[in-house]
Unconditional design. Structure first.
Length: 255
């Protein structure tokens, strides 16, 4: 089962001030679709955990033409592109009821052994379950992700404490929480006048419950109705970089 889809209706609790699904909502749709596919293929959370294995997300690359509105029905589709060594590569699309593409995303994941505390090669039975690579580890036509850009310097960070609600089933901070911290550090005026048309994020290091993090930004000047913002999430105590990201914001067009 290489391709899998789910349908979603945008709920009121998932929208922002423009009555549109938030970027985090869209990422949650993507991740839920990937998880459901894994369950359908017999490689779900419990099956992997029995073997001491988990998938760890390393990168999101997201492009959005527009965000779905309140009560709008959308189709989310995911496809496993390739397994290579300990990596898995997935893409996603989100479409409206007229089959128009609202956005797309690309992601990279690492298969991680929680007992040996290191990445492990993707077993052939997982590749076979997803009907990828003919059940083999395929290193030909390797997929290379560009490095997420960094700024020369960042402004003062907005502080957050890692809460219990930030922790996922693996006892890690869920990847979408980092995106929430990134978006919270963007001035409200930008959220009102622009929308995040793209997101590039690289997860560098995990954090834990009770830790304090700083969400730092550097904004470039607006050019032709477009803003580019560099982001960095750091551990407040140790200073370690937890994630880096770049968002591009486009001016909201009056209807």
């Amino acid at each position: 089962m290489n391709t899998y889809s789910t349908t979603n209706s945008v709920h009121y609790y998932e929208i922002n001030t423009q009555r549109q699904a938030s970027p985090v909502t869209v990422l949650n749709y993507f991740e839920e679709t990937a998880i459901r596919q894994s369950e359908e293929c017999g490689c779900g959370i419990d099956r992997l955990m029995d073997k001491g294995l988990i998938w760890v997300l390393t990168n999101w690359s997201v492009r959005m033409n527009r965000y779905p509105g309140w009560m709008e029905n959308v189709l989310v589709e995911t496809r496993v592109l390739k397994f290579e060594r300990f990596y898995a590569f997935r893409n996603f699309t989100i479409r409206n009821e007229k089959n128009s593409i609202l956005g797309s995303a690309f992601s990279r994941w690492i298969l991680y052994d929680i007992h040996r505390n290191r990445p492990v090669r993707v077993p052939s039975e997982i590749a076979e379950a997803f009907m990828v690579n003919g059940g083999k580890d395929n290193q030909s036509n390797s997929i290379t992700l560009p490095e997420v850009e960094v700024a020369d310097s960042y402004g003062p960070g907005l502080e957050f404490r890692v809460r219990l609600s930030d922790i996922d089933t693996y006892n890690h901070v869920n990847n979408t929480r980092y995106v929430e911290w990134i978006l919270e550090a963007v001035p409200f005026k930008i959220h009102q006048e622009f929308y995040p048309a793209s997101l590039e994020i690289s997860y560098r290091k995990e954090t834990v419950y009770g830790a304090y993090v700083l969400s730092e930004t550097r904004q470039e000047p607006e050019v032709s109705g477009t803003l580019k913002i560099y982001h960095r999430i750091r551990d407040k105590a140790a200073g370690a970089e937890l994630a880096r990201a770049v968002t591009v914001w486009k001016k909201v067009q009056a209807e």
